[in-house]
Design a protein around this ligand. Structure first.
Ligand code: GCV
Length: 608
């Protein structure tokens, strides 16, 4: 196994009970000849301080989880060849650093690209204890501390809350607890209706009583459950709208039920009309979240966190930061990222996400949000992430969740060093391929922020008009003259949802960064870009470059001495990516060439 902790030899025993015990175990097995002290100081929580002494001796002070995070920090610094040179103190930026699994009770994973569920089989919680421990250790090693184990699209029967299943949930929580990982479960808003109540109206006393009683039962079994995750009134899921209630009324009702137990309601803001008529030019899907939530700012209970996808659409390769993340100052917010490569190559194509996340933080003051979540890219494949190199996304996400100021290049380099025994040159090659992979993918897929030219539903491979006459509100409106949607004040008004300084950067195509041009503007193919190229030429150039970069990437990547079984998996997936990149390049270029009739300035082949 070449996950980053593969070089630790001993697996922690199941008898460990607390993170502090795990810290001691990990340190004793990693530094068998070095004396150390651990000082547990409850009020420090996740924070730690490491103090080096003479002859290699060191001491760590922290809360129980802080000791564990300090232990991993020391071990991983050592694995990376970085000796401790003085006192180190660290505390996480966000208290909840979450992974959301979209695992179904039958073992299937929605948008899963690494095999089947690590937790569920045949409708029950059923797993390999060893793999759960490895997962707990991986999450803890990068400071992740909340794991939501089931899909936000909660499939019936949503049994996790039921009497019969609670002992199983409790047993799973016991396995994660020594790694400081608390479980969370996704719940279905209409659940009371499956238990003899005729409504799920959040203001109905019978509904409120049912949730309170249920919360009591669940917390009796798992006292440290982090809380409930909810997808409501979204893509067909039930929610408060059915009863004429708003989302603060819905979320606060659940929050009230969890409050006595210290639990939180993480309420997703992915709400839009998924049955839009493509003929309707008034509705602009990216506006939806703001319209549903902004007016409720300040109305949510203390223990409600609104979880907002990082962009206003849905995890496309390039989207602006969601306006909710800038505008809801009186509400607790979590930003939602997606490690699962739903639109970014299905863990077949190489796609390292940290450069993209760092761009988000250029717009997002880190203090605007109080938690962070990411949709899991994990499954029961031997290497856990399908593509062995996709593990870099889980690792770097943990580092970013701890400290958004993390340096992207250093984070990727650390992962490479801990995972493979490469020479410095080989490591440098891998780091640079990983760091450039997102931009390469972006070049050969949909151009300049437009998104959505992907095969519908499956979301792999090109289909430029696959979503164009569909219900999902994701249109590019390419015709023979122009492409894109005007989302400025003179268009759909989406940009009006942002603060003034943000708007100014994007509202004029002459200043709008190229990579967002077609997200915000509708422009003719002969539009002159700042570098003198026409828009259509820029589209052609990016696609030819993206394909060429993929070919070079394949040569360089496949020359690296990956061990088996990684080598074979990487080779197979790289070949699939090469095929896919060529399809994307040719299909997108042909699509725009047929519409515009504009020749390529360099006379390269475009298939008509
Ligand atoms: C879990 C997109 C995905 C769905 C996912 C949804 C969500 O629409 O395609 O699979 O559902 O986002 O985030 O809720």
């Amino acid at each position: 196994m070449n996950l980053w902790l593969g070089k630790l030899s001993k697996t922690p025993p199941v008898t460990l009970r607390t993170p502090a015990e795990t810290a001691r175990f990990e340190l004793e097995s990693f530094f068998p000849h070095t004396p150390f002290d651990l000082y547990e100081q409850t009020d420090m929580g996740d924070a730690y301080q490491i103090v080096p002494g003479n002859d290699g001796f060191f001491s760590i002070t922290g809360g129980s989880t802080g000791l564990l995070y300090g232990a991993y920090r020391l071990i991983m610094d050592t694995l990376c060849g970085k000796a401790l040179s003085g006192t180190v103190t660290s505390e996480p930026k966000y208290s909840l650093r979450m992974i959301n699994c979209w695992d179904n009770a039958d073992g299937d994973i929605e948008r899963g690209y690494a095999g089947r569920s690590l937790f569920f089989r045949n409708g029950r919680l059923e797993y390999s204890t060893e793999r759960i421990q490895t997962l707990g250790r991986l999450l803890a090693s990068v400071g992740l501390n909340v794991l939501c184990i089931n899909n936000v699209n909660v499939h019936y029967p949503a049994q996790l809350l039921l009497e019969d299943y609670l002992p199983d949930l409790a047993a799973l929580a016991d396995l994660f607890r020594p790694f400081g990982v608390r479980l969370m479960v996704s719940v279905d808003f209409s659940q009371p209706m499956r238990h003899g109540i005729s409504t799920a109206d959040p203001l109905d006393p019978a509904v409120q009583a049912w949730w309170k009683e249920t919360a009591g039962r669940v917390y009796a079994a798992v006292p440290d459950l982090a809380g409930f995750l909810v997808k409501a009134d979204s893509e067909g899921r039930p929610g408060p709208f059915t009863y004429g209630r708003n989302h603060a009324e819905g979320a606060n009702m659940l929050a009230d039920a969890l409050k006595p137990f210290g639990g939180v309601v993480v309420w997703r803001c992915f709400v839009y009309n998924c049955r839009q008529d493509w003929r309707d030019t008034k509705t602009d899907r990216p506006k939806a979240a703001w319209e549903h939530y902004a007016f409720l700012d300040g109305e949510f209970a203390e223990n409600v966190i609104l979880q907002v996808k990082h962009g206003p659409f849905d995890f496309q390769v390039r989207e602006p930061l969601s306006p909710l993340l800038l505008g809801m100052k009186k509400t607790k917010l979590a930003m939602e990222l997606q490690l699962a490569q739903e639109y970014t190559g299905h863990q077949i194509d190489l796609y390292t996400m940290i450069p993209m996340w760092k761009e988000l933080y250029e717009e997002l003051p880190a203090d605007n949000i109080m938690s962070i979540a990411a949709v899991s890219n994990l499954g029961d494949d031997e290497n856990y992430t399908g593509h062995p190199l996709a593990a870099v996304n889980l690792y770097t996400y943990g580092l970013l969740a701890w400290n958004p100021d993390v340096n992207a290049e250093e984070a990727v380099a650390r992962w490479c060093r801990m995972t493979y025994d490469f020479t410095d040159d080989q490591e440098q090659t891998l780091v640079s391929l990983l760091l450039s992979s997102r931009r390469t993918y972006e070049k050969y897929t949909a151009p300049l922020g437009i998104g959505w030219m992907i095969t519908p539903h499956e979301h792999y491979g090109p289909n430029p008009s696959g979503y164009e006459y569909d219900l999902w509100g994701t249109y590019h409106k390419a015709d023979r003259n122009a492409v894109g949607i005007n989302r400025t004040h003179s268009g759909t008004g989406y940009l009006d949802q942002y603060p003034e300084d943000f708007r100014r950067k994007y509202e004029d195509p002459a200043v709008c960064p190229d990579l967002f041009l077609l997200f915000y503007h509708r422009l003719p193919y002969d539009y002159r870009m700042r570098d003198g190229r026409t828009l259509i030429q820029r589209i052609y150039d990016d696609h030819f470059e993206g394909l060429e970069e993929t070919r070079v990437m394949a040569d360089r990547l496949l020359a690296l001495p990956f061990p088996e079984p990684d080598a074979s998996v990487i080779r197979d997936r790289m070949n699939q990516q090469l095929y896919s990149a060529r399809e994307w390049c040719d299909i997108i270029n042909t699509f725009f060439h047929r519409l515009s009739g504009a020749p390529d300035a360099h006379g390269r082949t475009i298939y008509d």
